[in-house]
Design a protein around this ligand. Structure first.
Ligand SMILES: [Cu+2]
Length: 511
């Protein structure tokens, strides 16, 4: 490993402060410090040598986030966010998905390479209030940090804002044998980064805050904790960082410009560790870093910031010595050959506000936009056609694996050399990725500014299994889901308000 510390964010920083309807800067939270919530590990209902059985229940609740009134929230198996699910490579997973919410939802496993559209849990797999759905799949991918979130078009953004997001960790033998921190909750810590705006009585009001370019709030919420601290008891701590915000990217750095080491991105370890003291993470991305606190002493506090706003205070205790030394080589990123004869597939991310689209079209749930054969490997060229500064699009694909080949013909950033499922595309940039699917089905691909996806910057691909080339999939349509929302909310279709629907209506389009 060369020991050069990367001390910039790779990105065009000022571009991020630009926002069509006003960038929402973070503010220091007006709340006492509280211990960082560490989501519990979800216990299986049943376990055999080969199979794991879990129940995940979407529910309402309330949480003491700020002094005063509790905030009404949604969560999985709890009032807010979820419990961490541990998926072991090779296991067959059975999920009993239950909806105790007042409205329809879906359970999307962001980053899991599992068949679509039903196990994948996008908009084609609704679970109506009071009902449940059972899915099963086999985990067949390298160790990674992935996540669960709601995905019922066009209300994904609102449901995630209510709290429907949780962490999941894929484990495999290779990663388990590396000398890395592995003790969940002690030296292996999830950090789900989100932001919220609190209204009267400490409540969230998605509609009041609605912005078609993404809803943001001034208060950082980490693992569902406002103004958290974490008690550090080991020299090295691994942070599994998820940008679970609807639209906010985070510019992370520590007090004293403390350097840290990135070891993993979205879907795998990096080939080699990357030393840095600044890290930008955009919506839906995951970055795992290891922070070495061994130069600090009991009583010291090290703070993680985004811009100049503190996110987490790390309180240093008497640190247990460890013998963790990060290996120079962590992972061999698969580099499959492109299937001969497959042309480059071009995707454009178009527009802003209500006009967002992909390849000039708004998403339609019952339209297949592209087809690929399972096992084929193709180069995709993803272009952000925006020439205004600032409107970046974090581009995400369900069900597949990709690697980043180039940015406008240049090398990818050094911390995106592992397997990915989400990649930021800067204004006027072409990002070339190498895409392959190991599972069949219908999968969505979209911008992960969640309001952009609800607003139509999304398309879908059918991945054909050569062993079953004529398999048909039942696809949902927007009207069916919108009628369900209207009924559940007790309003007429005309009076129904969903953020994404607004975008179609204002463009004079039906869904
Ligand atoms: Cu976008």
């Amino acid at each position: 490993m060369d020991n050069q510390v990367i001390d910039h964010y790779f990105f065009d920083e000022p571009a991020y402060d630009y926002h069509d309807r006003g960038y929402v800067p973070l503010k220091v939270a007006d709340a006492p410090e509280k211990p960082l919530n560490i989501p519990a590990i979800l216990k299986p209902d049943k376990e055999t040598a080969t199979d794991m059985y879990y129940t995940v229940t979407a529910q309402t609740g309330e949480v003491q986030l700020l002094p005063g009134a509790k905030t009404k929230t949604w969560g999985y198996n709890g009032p807010l966010l979820g419990q961490t699910v541990i998926f072991k490579k090779g296991k067959h997973i059975h999920l009993h998905l239950v909806n105790h919410l007042p409205e329809v939802t879906t359970f999307h496993w962001h980053g899991l390479a599992i068949p679509g559209p039903i196990p994948d849990g996008g908009c084609h797999a609704p679970v109506y209030p009071g009902q449940s759905r059972d899915v099963d799949f086999t985990i067949n991918q390298p160790a990674a940090t992935v996540w669960l979130h709601a995905h019922p078009c066009p209300s994904t953004a609102e449901q995630v804002w209510h709290g429907l997001a949780g962490l999941a960790i894929v484990k495999d033998e290779h990663e388990a044998e590396l000398p890395l921190p592995h003790d969940y909750g002690v030296d292996d810590i999830p950090l789900i980064l989100q932001d919220r705006r609190f209204h009267e009585n400490n409540q969230w009001d998605y509609r009041a805050d609605y912005d078609p370019d993404g809803v943001a709030g001034p208060t950082a919420m980490i693992n569902g904790t406002i103004n958290p601290y974490f008690d550090v008891t080991t020299q090295k701590v691994r942070l599994r960082i998820l940008d679970g915000a609807n639209r906010r990217e985070w510019r992370l750095h520590f007090s004293d410009d403390l350097p840290f080491t990135q070891i993993a991105g979205d879907l795998s370890l990096l080939p080699h560790p990357v030393e840095m003291n600044k890290l930008m993470i955009t919506c839906a991305e995951r970055d795992e870093i290891i922070v070495d606190f061994s130069d600090y002493h009991e009583g010291d506090v090290v703070t993680l910031y985004s811009d100049d706003v503190p996110l987490v205070h790390f309180r240093i205790h008497d640190l247990k010595r460890d013998n963790i030394s990060i290996p120079d080589t962590l992972f061999q990123t698969p580099d499959p050959a492109v299937t001969p004869g497959l042309p480059i597939h071009y995707v454009t991310l178009d527009g802003m506000d209500e006009s967002v689209a992909m390849n000039g079209k708004k998403f339609k749930m019952d339209r297949i936009d592209y087809q690929m054969k399972m096992g084929d490997v193709q180069i995709w060229d993803i272009e952000n056609t925006n020439d205004k500064p600032g409107m970046i699009h974090p581009y995400h694909m369900h069900g597949c694996t990709f690697t980043v080949l180039s940015r406008n013909g240049h090398q990818p950033y050094p911390n995106e050399l592992g397997l990915k499922d989400t990649v930021v595309v800067n204004p006027k940039e072409h990002v070339r990725i190498k895409v392959w699917f190991n599972v069949p089905g219908v999968f969505m691909y979209h911008c992960h500014i969640i309001e952009h996806e609800d607003g139509g910057m999304m398309a879908q691909i059918k991945v054909v299994d050569p062993a079953d080339p004529n398999k048909q999939y039942h696809l949902m349509d927007h009207m069916t889901l919108m009628k369900a929302f209207a009924k559940e909310r007790g309003v007429s279709l005309d009076d129904l308000w969903l953020g994404g629907m607004d975008s179609y209506k204002k463009m004079g389009m039906t869904m």
